[in-house]
Design a protein around this ligand. Sequence first.
Ligand code: HEM
Length: 181
Amino acid sequence: MGTAFFAVLFWISLTLRQELAKSRDEVSAYIPGWTAFVGVVIYGQILLGGLVASNYAALACTDFPTCQGQWIPTLEGPVGLHVIHRLGAYTVVLVILANFLVMRNQPDLLRKNSKIMGMAVLLQIGLGISNVLFYTPPLIAVLHLAVAIKLFFLAIKQTHFAKCANGLNFRSPVVIRDALS
Ligand code: HEM
């Protein structure tokens, strides 16, 4: 809930800052829907991470890439939560790779954003694996959470930009006031 609340505040701040709203860039018609999908996938993975942490399932598997020496462990109980979070992470990597390819022909900001997302997700996987192998040291656990939020905010930023492009600007109150006066 906290993440969702800060996401809404971030969306409002992007709108008020008007940085992206000034955009005259054109994006393909499917891009706003695609960027929203990427955001939902990342948010889902954050929810799974929260479930792992709050159910003390972090150390249900202390090896990687196997879990308790098994390639196909159970999907039940704390081990299941841990494994589902790993499967979610692989899905997020694939989606962010696809995002990188999709953004290759899109405006500069989207291309750059997709590269940063690619680097951030690799870092996140490294932090996740370190969490497991080093028994969740606080610094790694905090960094893992911080990079998760960063990834989600990058997804929101590209969604906001996509919605602002093609003249479909989300107008901030200031812009609306100026337009009316
Ligand atoms: C895109 C990839 C990933 C994202 C966005 C992500 C996100 C998160 C989030 C938000 C949490 C909750 C942190 C908290 O509430 O303190 C979490 C916990 C955790 N994640 Fe990930 N994660 C990813 C990949 C991975 C991978 C690949 C692994 C392991 C191989 C992993 C292992 C863990 C563990 C062990 C915890 C529990 C940490 C604790 O209890 O302190 N994560 N993850």
